[in-house]
Design a protein around this ligand. Structure first.
Ligand SMILES: Cc1cc2nc3c(=O)[nH]c(=O)nc-3n(C[C@H](O)[C@H](O)[C@H](O)COP(=O)(O)OP(=O)(O)OC[C@H]3O[C@@H](n4cnc5c(N)ncnc54)[C@H](O)[C@@H]3O)c2cc1C
Length: 410
């Protein structure tokens, strides 16, 4: 057993690693080093209930603060790992100190992709990744305020949903010709475009990139992609994230859209593992490498890394899944769809629930399910079982999905 396990980053994956290590009876030293001022917390509510003011800060925490003391996990908040000295097996911290490790786990997550235009530094212009980001956004949220959301991905749309329900005037500007273009099927995009429009959100799609943001100290307008000045009180930029690989790269660890790890979360260095959003890892079910931005992956890779560290390695093999909450709609997605898949729609696209099945030569690859928990749950099992489905049966809402799934799994 290693004497000291140091975890760089204090997000979801880091917290779960410490919990899994203690659950697995690891009795050595665990140190979590995180640059944020909080214990490991869940980010999904940040753009949902926490933004809406419906959830206390402490409810975000993965474990109550006292857990770390009670389980002898040292938590160094407000501290950044600045470098890894692989020869000495130690990390350098931004307080000037050095921390030796027997094993190091990199759980550095992602950081927001910057828009890189003039005016981003103005008050009222926000990105959303951390608790502190949301506290600042909430200060600006007032009924009647004009909010421009840049980017119609999950975070942009979740913020739009919260904001319009809070009485703000919301406009979403997107360069793609549909919302969720990078992550969802055209059917799902059309569904959410309708839902947001009905809620009063203005969707401007297919816009050239925004020119700049202007104002005297505080945002007053944006110059949009058509060179038009559009008044704004708040701008929220949600154009994706990039993996945090700086310390790994500087230490010579191979990275390619994330820190490269194997199915045991092991990097090229036998004493360094990596987990969560910052990794690029093989997925045997998909037959390729992926980098995922999802809580499920962060949790499961943390468990895999803990098993590796405990000397009981178990290869990571999971059907990826993700969710998003907007209005009264719970979207759950299992699997990763290839653009070449055939798509079968089940449900009423003009209603409040539907499912889109992605079939590769009949084999289920992914399912996007809105307010359709059964299609999601069974769909996940069918993907893992590499089951084949009949498109005609799937599309026919009069045929029970439970029966379709049972027959395919038999
Ligand atoms: C607003 C929002 C909504 C989301 N909604 C959903 C959702 O609905 N469903 C879903 O499945 N996923 C969602 N996600 C994604 C999910 O939160 C992430 O996949 C998950 O947090 C990844 O966990 P992680 O531990 O890998 O990384 P992170 O949570 O990013 O944590 C990494 C931590 O490491 C710190 N760090 C980085 N470098 C260093 C360093 N050198 N030294 C010290 N600390 C460092 C970072 O500051 C950060 O605190 C959402 C994310 C956001 C931001």
């Amino acid at each position: 057993m290693p004497d000291t396990i140091v975890i760089a980053g204090a997000g979801h994956a880091a917290g779960q690693t410490a919990v899994s290590l203690r659950q697995g009876k690891y009795d050595g030293r665990i140190v979590i080093v995180g640059e944020e001022p909080y214990p490991p917390y869940q980010r999904p509510p940040l753009s949902k209930k926490f933004l809406a003011g419906e959830l206390e800060l402490e409810r975000l925490y993965l474990r109550p603060e006292r857990y770390y003391g009670e389980h002898d996990v040292e938590l160094r908040a407000n501290t950044r790992v600045t470098a890894i000295d692989r020869a000495a097996k130690a990390v350098q911290l931004d307080d000037g100190s050095e921390l030796p490790y027997s094993k190091l786990v990199l759980a550095t997550g992602t950081k927001v992709r910057r828009l890189g235009i003039d005016g981003e530094e103005l008050a009222g212009v926000h990105y959303l990744r951390t608790v502190d980001d949301v506290l600042a956004i909430r200060d600006d949220f007032r009924p009647g305020a004009r909010l421009i959301v840049v980017g119609a991905g999950y975070i942009g749309l979740e913020v739009a949903a919260v904001a319009v329900q809070a009485g703000l005037k919301v406009s979403v500007q997107e360069i793609a010709d549909r919302v969720l273009a990078r992550v969802a099927s055209p059917e799902l995009s059309a569904f959410y475009e309708r839902v947001h429009a009905e809620a009063g959100v203005e969707l401007l799609l297919g816009l050239p990139p925004m020119g700049s943001i202007c104002g005297e100290g505080r945002v007053q307008a944006v110059i949009d992609g058509h060179n038009q000045e559009v008044p704004a009180d708040i701008v929220l930029i949600g154009i994706g994230v990039v993996p945090v690989t700086d310390i790994a790269e500087a230490a010579g660890l191979p990275c390619d859209d994330g820190i490269l790890v194997d199915e045991y979360c092991q990097t090229d260095d036998p004493d360094i593992l990596a987990i969560g959003d910052c990794t690029n890892h093989p997925n045997s079910l998909l037959g390729r490498r992926v980098r995922l931005e999802s809580v499920h992956n962060a949790q499961e890779q943390a468990k895999t890394a803990a098993a590796t560290l405990l000397g009981k390695p178990k290869a990571y093999s999971q059907v990826p899944w993700f969710w998003s909450d907007q209005y009264d709609l719970k979207l759950q997605i299992a699997g990763l769809a290839d653009p070449g898949c055939a798509r079968v729609l089940r449900g009423d696209p003009a209603g409040r629930s539907l499912a889109v099945f992605h079939l590769d030569d009949g084999r289920l690859q992914a399912v996007e399910a809105v307010n359709s928990a059964r299609e999601f749950m069974l769909g996940k099992k069918l993907i893992a079982a590499k089951a084949c489905l009949d498109p005609g049966e799937l599309a026919d809402a009069s045929v029970s999905f439970k029966e379709i799934a049972a027959a395919a799994l038999a």
